[in-house]
Design a protein around this ligand. Structure first.
Ligand code: 5AD
Ligand code: SF4
Length: 452
């Protein structure tokens, strides 16, 4: 009987995609997927360490597995991968006797080999090597969970060293993937019937093809636009500093590039941005937003924001609130600052905003953001928008959901075979986190079905 694996993923899209890659590798090695601890022979915990809370989840989860092993006498092999693995290496073994393998972010491709080696050696194994090679992954192996959309990594690692951020230490130095390999993977996605590609990189718009000196990120978008079968292109996350006029023009001219930009700002105060080593000011960011909005009037923006960074005063925080108002984001991920190992801020800047004050600030920011996005959604009532259907409800086949080009979630009644198609929907009702509507062309669709 085939051995079973369970992969649990924490953190960002990069981690979600690494898990899809690990699943593909394990299936090639003869494993089958399961979704419970009870019958898993191998549990892979793909960790995130971007914030302290994310890191703690690993040890909570290991506690559950230990409890289960105590009750049933069955102990699966446990592999810890991802950013905590990269950062802590052998310390993970010291903290938990349950772990058999620790695999760093640049050793994902080795997972089945390392599992086999650990089994043979009957002792824990750690591989967090950082070979700094050009990132490459065999085509056709990734086990993609989403039938409509697919991730394609174009840049790995980061050289920016923002003072709060652990990523350069967990994901390593920036490495660009070959354009030819990226395009082959996008073609593979299209051939599998997927309609949307999401290009991934820590600073995705810093891309420069290692195999084509003339191809920057805008050039790559142009090349992906030409892949037949792909209808939508998204990317995450761009850095404001690399949003050149050439990129904005490419976004305007390429029909498949979605009208959404996740543009992390992190703070509205130039003083705090400087301490964060973000290399953009409030004013530069707002100027960029103006340029984006005037070139792409239907563009929807989202962002990441940190509150309670060392030294952030109430006035600084007020600037975060006023920038949030001025931009009018359609969504925001907001976080309380937490010091991360190795980072400049953790080493040199005392974490001096009290926890209760961080909580007060994040609650105020989130309340403001919620009212802004509710207002923006409300303004869309009555409009007809194109929705790429990506979800059918498990409970009711006629309940569908999808996203607009601007990334708004739209819920509406329809037919399950519309999954993966673009449906015009008239918006009837709005909430803070999405909108509800009715297919605009439903009569036409039914008439067409009746005459076929
Ligand atoms: N504390 C709080 N939030 C952080 N982020 C990154 N590092 C930290 C930290 N030390 C947030 C940033 C980033 C997102 C992925 O996580 O907003 O864009
Ligand atoms: Fe992703 Fe950063 Fe978390 Fe690593 S630390 S999983 S790169 S968000």
């Amino acid at each position: 009987m085939a051995r079973k694996y369970l992969i649990e993923t924490y953190g960002c899209q990069m981690n979600v995609h690494d898990s899809e890659r690990m699943a593909g590798l394990l299936e090639q090695a003869g494993y089958e997927a399961t979704d419970t601890d009870d019958d898993a022979d191998l549990v892979v915990i793909n960790t995130c360490s971007v914030r302290e809370r994310a890191e703690e989840q690993l040890y909570t989860r290991l506690g559950h597995i230990k409890g289960l092993a105590g009750r049933t006498g069955r102990a699966p092999m446990v592999a810890v991968t991802g950013c905590v693995a990269q950062q802590e290496g052998a310390q993970v073994l010291a903290k938990s006797k349950l772990v058999d393998i620790v695999i760093g972010t640049q050793r994902v491709k080795m997972l089945p080999v390392l599992v086999a080696r650990a089994e043979a050696a009957a002792e824990p194994l750690v591989d967090v090597a950082t070979p700094y090679d050009e990132p490459t992954f065999p085509l056709g192996l990734t086990r993609r969970d989403d039938p409509v959309k697919g991730f394609v990594t174009i840049v790995e690692g980061c050289n920016d060293y923002c003072s709060y951020c652990v990523v350069p230490y967990t994901r390593g130095h920036e490495r660009m993937r070959a354009k030819a390999e990226i395009l082959r993977e996008v073609e593979e996605l299209a051939a599998s019937g997927r309609k949307e590609v999401q290009l991934l990189g820590q600073i995705v718009n810093h891309y420069q093809a290692p195999d084509d000196a003339a191809c920057d990120f805008a050039g790559l978008l142009e090349a992906v636009q030409d892949v037949r079968g792909i209808e939508r292109i998204r990317f995450a996350s761009p850095h404001p500093r690399h949003c050149s006029d050439r990129l904005i023009a490419a976004m305007r001219d390429l029909s498949k590039v979605c009208r959404h930009l996740h543009l992390p700002v992190q703070s509205g105060s130039t003083r705090v941005l400087k301490a964060m080593r973000r290399r953009h000011t409030r004013e530069e960011y707002l100027r960029l937003v103006e340029k984006l909005k005037s070139t792409l009037p239907d563009l929807q923006l989202s962002t990441d924001m940190i509150v309670g960074f060392p030294g952030e005063t109430d006035d600084d925080f007020r600037e975060t609130l006023s920038l949030t108002e001025a931009v009018g984001y359609h969504s925001m991920f907001s976080f309380k600052y937490s010091p991360r190992p190795n980072t400049l801020a953790a080493q040199r800047m005392p974490d001096d905003v009290p926890e209760a004050e961080k909580t007060r600030r994040i609650v105020e920011l989130q309340a403001l953001q919620k009212s802004i996005q509710a207002r923006l959604h409300e303004a869309s009532v009555g409009r007809t928008v194109d929705v790429l259907v990506d979800t059918t409800s498990r409970r009711r086949a006629w309940e569908l959901a999808g996203r607009t080009s601007g990334n708004t979630v739209v819920n509406f009644p329809g037919e399950s075979h519309w999954l993966g198609t673009v449906v015009p929907v008239t918006i009837e009702r709005a909430g803070a986190f999405g909108v509800w509507g009715r297919p605009a062309a439903s009569e036409a669709r039914h008439a067409e079905a009746a005459t076929c």
